[in-house]
Design a protein around this ligand. Sequence first.
Ligand code: ZN
Ligand code: MN
Length: 492
Amino acid sequence: MTTAARTDYEAVIGVEVHIQLKTKSKMFCGCNREYFDTEPNTHVCAVCLGMPGMLPVINEQAVTYTLLAGLALGCEIPRHSKFDRKNYPYPDLMKGYQISQYDQPFCVGGSLTIEVDGRQQVVHLERIHLEEDTARLLHRDDGAETYSLLDVNRSGSPLMELVTKPDMHSGVEAAAFLRKLRQTMRYLGIADADMEKGGMRADANVSIRPRGQVELGRKVEVKNMNSFRAVQRAIEFEIERQSRLADAGERIKQETRGYVDATGETVSQRSKEEANDYRYFPEPDLPPMVIEPETIEAVRARLPELPDARRARFEREYGLTPDEARTLTESHATAETYEAAVRLAGAPLARPVALWFIGEVARRLNTLGHADAELSDTRVTPAHIAELTRLVADGAVTGSTAKDILDAAFETGEMPAAIVDARGLRVVRDEGAVEAVVKAAIEANPKAVTDYRAGKQAAVGFLVGQVMREMKGRADATSVADIVRRLLDVSA
Ligand code: ZN
Ligand code: MN
């Protein structure tokens, strides 16, 4: 590909993210919010079905969660906020309007620092507001006709919408932002933010401009991305498409485009001219909100340690390398189970425990076949890892035996010490017992003895192997080698 003739464009990207909050009940009614894997239309009431005359009641937990997110991301929490009606007709919108927040959201400003290629970058936020989710339309085609079914379980679930400033410049950065956002939501415990399950839905505003130009280009909104990878690919495609149009002297249309996963392309959905006029107005059925400073401080007191802080503390407190600390804090669940194991094993073993988690444990979790497998999905607990680390540190078992013990623990859930006792895996400390096995090996292998006398050091390794096999690994290979040499030298 020749690039010499092309203008150097800079892409400018902002994202709008909808995140489902893990509250007990829905946003404006008492219905159970859990709806995955449940029968359609079983978590509904007159309010979330949109019956006329029904009055909404604000879910305090959803407001608290939004404030938690805002404080974690350094937003300002204005004293006054309110809900508004956003009007648009669509079959999945039960009332014909969505209760959302227009000009007085709960959170304003703020930022999230991401890391791309080892370089830190601040992505500023415009705002975070709270609204309600829609019902779900299920499109069917039974061959004879196509039709749509409506599942109202999701209707009225709390949805937090976060809008960034156009601070990103590539698909990689946008994906990194969303990953960090998901991580932060999980640390806060307010959302699972799973893109594949629709728990986090991101739209991207993408425009390009000749590098050096201040004025922004015409922006295209890209929707329909169901994974981090899809976000990255959709944006990359869009930058390429717009650059090609601009190079050809064509006008970039301001429009909404949908990402098609199968082809990796975006296709036009609707143009600016067809955009909705939402006719926002203050929700008459809900009072304006006043968030007192005491409320903000009470929520702030609930903020947990966030990913960056925890990573720094792991390095400092447990002597981990930056990479090790990053790996262990990537998932909140892993960070928790790791620290639980450290508490049981004792701080001096913090690093050996870390190495188990990063190496052998991660390897076994990967074989479980789903991307986010955690220790809690298995029969192994932090106590298993702590005990195993201790057994190795005390010299009770060798490193290679320990891996077999871990396999057995994953299989049966038995504790490592019990496995060691049941299978007789303890390292034989009795020098005499080891010597007896070495002697037998020397007698059984006269050729190795001849080789050794001829100066072939490989003979030592061979004999050590014989002894280790005979003892089923329950000996320390270094001391076995010492004994082999000593006995060979004596017999010489
Ligand atoms: Zn309801
Ligand atoms: Mn929205």
